[in-house]
Design a binder for this molecule. Structure first.
Ligand code: B1M
Length: 212
């Protein structure tokens, strides 16, 4: 449908006003909120995600596109809630305790949301108790931790240990990322996966939840 292509295109361009206008227009044409989300907004962010992965675009463009996606999402969100549209899974994400770097984590969160996941972003400097609280009290499919300092990445291990000690490790898949983090570190601390960038984090999440 042409309007979906236009929406995806305007998300890529990061044109919030057009995304808002097209979202409203699609609704006035009786197109469902779910279709607008999947075929327009998420389709646009998926292309952005791929381009980012291939170094065709960079962080500022991703943030601008994500912002425009949010302007459309804001309009359809109440309708999605009414329809009880099934999210692809719930992700709780945060930068670990002692670490204030949140730019990369924010991009990961945005792309995951753009890919249709229900994302709870706990922010930066997140203590393990906070992560555990969510895993214990809510149905969380993926726990994502980010760290940018070699001195804080150890905290990912501590959080996984705390999950084990609380008997919660089997309840959730744990993914990790951030500049100093590696695949072998993920294996070493018993995480379920590592992603080097935000687009790969989306692929990894989909894979762990059996979507691809
Ligand atoms: Co800081 N800092 N910083 N810093 N900072 C680094 C990380 C550093 C490498 C700079 C350097 O010395 N060359 C260095 C760390 C050295 C080390 O530990 N090896 C460093 C340091 C030392 C510090 C301070 C200690 C400096 C000081 O005060 N003496 C201090 C620490 C504060 C703290 O956290 N307690 C500090 C502070 C800051 C600022 C506050 C000024 C600012 C952060 C602002 C913010 O985030 N709101 C800052 C910044 C901006 C950086 C650099 C320049 C850029 C980081 C960034 O945003 N990159 C950084 C140098 C660098 O990396 N070149 C540096 C862009 C971002 C998109 O990439 O975060 O890697 P990144 O995320 C990627 C992937 O890693 C991945 O996907 C993202 C998108 O593709 N990814 C995930 C990230 N999280 C993921 C989670 C996943 C999956 C993938 O699953 C859950």
């Amino acid at each position: 449908m042409k309007i979906f292509e236009e929406l995806a295109d305007e998300v890529q361009k990061g044109n919030s006003e057009s995304v808002e206008e097209l979202t409203k227009r699609a609704l006035s044409q009786d197109i469902s909120a779910e279709d607008i989300l999947n075929n327009g907004l998420v389709a646009g962010m998926n292309i952005v995600s791929e381009k980012f992965k291939n170094n065709e675009i960079f962080i500022p463009e991703v943030l601008i596109s994500a912002k425009s996606m949010y302007s459309g999402l804001g309009i359809i969100k109440p309708l999605l809630a009414e329809l009880n549209v099934k999210s692809k899974g719930k992700v709780v994400i945060g930068t670990v305790k002692g670490d204030l770097h949140d730019i990369g984590k924010n991009i990961v969160a945005m792309l995951l949301q753009g890919a249709g996941f229900d994302v709870v972003d706990l922010g930066a400097d997140v203590p393990k108790e906070k992560f555990l609280e969510f895993v214990k009290n809510e149905r969380v499919d993926i726990l994502g931790m980010s760290a940018l300092l070699t001195t804080t990445m150890i905290y990912m291990k501590e959080t996984i240990e705390a999950l084990k000690n609380a008997g919660l490790r089997e309840n959730v898949k744990v993914i990790i990322g951030g500049a100093p983090v590696t695949e072998s570190y993920a294996a070493q601390i018993d995480a379920d996966g590592y992603a080097p960038d935000a687009a790969s984090a989306v692929d990894l999440t989909k894979r762990l939840l059996g979507e691809t």
